[in-house]
Each structure stands twice: as C-alpha cells, then as structure tokens.
Design a protein around this ligand. Structure first.
Ligand code: OAD
Length: 247
C-alpha cells in the first residue's frame, strides 16, 4: 500500500474499466451524518434498535421515525463536488464506469449518475413488509406515528426499502460481474467495517485477469487499508475532482 501525494493525474486508458464504491463519507460534505464518526448516526442510535428485521418487529414506529428524519435530512442536502466528479467520469467513460453505493440517499442520482446500484437500498422507496409481490414504491413520506404509515394493498404495513443487518444486499450478481471485469477500483468514504462491501477491494485484487489497481479516498485509513494499492488522504470533495484523466 502506498500513501499517495498525488501531483499528477491518474490516467484511465481506453481499455480500462472503473468500478467505484462509495460510503457515507462522500455525503459528509453535503451535511449528511456518517455512521461511525464521532457524533455519527450509530452514536445516537443502537444499530439493533433501528436497522435490523428484529427492530422492525419490535418497534416499527421507532424505525420509521429514524428513516423519516433521514429523509428530511436528505431532502435538505445537495450533491457536492465529489458526487459531481463521479457523474462527470461516467459521462466520459460511458458503460466503462460503474458505481455501487452503500448510501441510501439520492445524491449520486441528483448529481447525474445513472449506471449504478444502491446495494443497501434507497431512502425514498418503500415496500410491503410481507413482500406480497406488489411493486416497490417511490415514497418521500415522513411518518412520526404508525397510524400515519400507509398500508400496502394486501393490508400489511409498508417498510423502508433499506437493507438491514442480516438481510441480503441488492444487486450482488451485477456487482460481482462488474468487479470481475474492472481494471481500476476506487473506494470513497467508507470505513471498511461492513461486509460484503469491505471485501470488494480484495475481490478486485484476485479477479481472473491481472489484479485491478485499487484506490481509497477519505480523511483517514479504512479498516481494510492494506488491500489498496494507493491511499489518498483527504476529503472527497477536495481530492476527487480532477484526480482522474480519461485518455
Ligand atoms: P462509516 O460511518 O462507517 O464510515 C464513513 C467513512 O467516511 C469514514 O471512514 C470516514 O473517515 C469517512 N469520511 C468522513 N468524512 C469524509 C469526507 N468528507 N470525504 C471522504 N470520506 C469521509 O460509513 P460507511 O462505511 O458508509 O449500512 O458504513 C457502511 C454501512 O454501515 C452503511 O451503508 C450502513 C451502516 O450501518 C446500513 O445501514 C445497512
């Protein structure tokens, strides 16, 4: 692993494919809290009381209050220079760019990203708690008490379209395919504490072709720092814009 003081741009050649994984740190400069930093979301809440299927079973009102507040925070925020830099890279690389985010906010889409997966779900979507087969719905509602929460057409309650601990992340088949064929993997603003996302850098290093070059951007080293070929310390909104040059 190399701590990099990037003076020149990182070149993306005509046969390169870039896979990007983002975490809560990329939205920090937009004013959204991360999870594990001081004063982060998990400092104010026990994970087990708001982000597990058991929490939903025990206290759905508390769960809806937690995600309603996060909806309000996301509505009040704007994409920052890092979200915009990734959207610009996608415009330049087309289908050679793929974005996987652990974030449930919609800041990447609002910056213009399209070729992407929300592996931990989406804040502005809800679905039937019984998975009765009805479609996932766009939902920006804010629910303070259970009697405000709309019912599914089958009569069950709707739940946030979020992947809770113990549930299977979305889009894993596509994610595995994209990691297998990428030549460069960039990770931005994630502590490397949650799996399987924390494994992606390892998968990229041992893919069938030659190992991908792997980059991390964030103010401090992630837990899986040893797996990166280059680590760029700093805020995403300051380090990411202009870092890559598409040849
Ligand atoms: P964490 O809160 O664990 O980590 C946030 C990371 O962002 C830290 O490593 C910070 O150093 C970094 N960071 C802070 N400010 C930054 C900035 N301006 N620019 C770049 N990086 C910055 O959040 P995640 O790793 O995203 O899952 O958490 C992963 C998952 O755990 C989340 O998706 C969520 C959570 O529990 C679910 O809720 C399912």
């Amino acid at each position: 692993m190399m701590l990099t003081n990037i003076e020149s741009k990182i070149k993306i050649g005509p046969s390169d494919r870039l896979f990007v994984l983002t975490g809560a740190g990329i939205s920090a400069e937009s004013g959204l809290k991360t999870f594990r930093d001081g004063g982060g979301l998990w400092a104010g809440h026990r994970v087990e009381s708001v982000a597990t299927p058991e929490a939903w079973k025990n206290d759905p009102e508390l769960v809806w209050r937690f995600y309603s507040q996060r909806r309000k925070d996301a509505v009040a925020s704007r994409p920052n220079a890092a979200h915009q830099a990734l959207a610009e890279l996608e415009r330049q690389l087309g289908e050679r760019f793929f974005l996987c985010t652990q974030n449930v906010d919609d800041l990447h889409e609002r910056a213009g990203s399209t070729n992407m997966v929300h592996m931990h779900g989406e804040l502005f979507k809800s679905r039937c708690e019984d998975d009765c087969g009805s479609a996932v719905q766009y939902d920006e509602g804010s629910y303070e008490s259970l009697d405000q929460v709309p019912k599914c057409r089958c009569g069950a309650r709707i739940r946030p379209h979020i992947v809770w601990f113990g549930e299977i992340p979305f889009g894993m088949h596509r994610i595995e395919k994209e990691i297998e064929r990428c030549t460069m993997l960039l990770v931005v603003g994630t502590s490397g504490a949650v799996y399987p996302a924390a494994s992606f850098v390892h998968w990229a290093r041992r893919r069938a072709g030659s190992p991908a070059r792997t980059f991390y951007i964030g103010p401090e080293e992630p837990l899986n720092v040893g797996a990166f070929t280059e680590v760029i310390l700093g805020k995403a909104g300051e380090r990411l814009p202009g870092l890559f040059e598409v040849a």
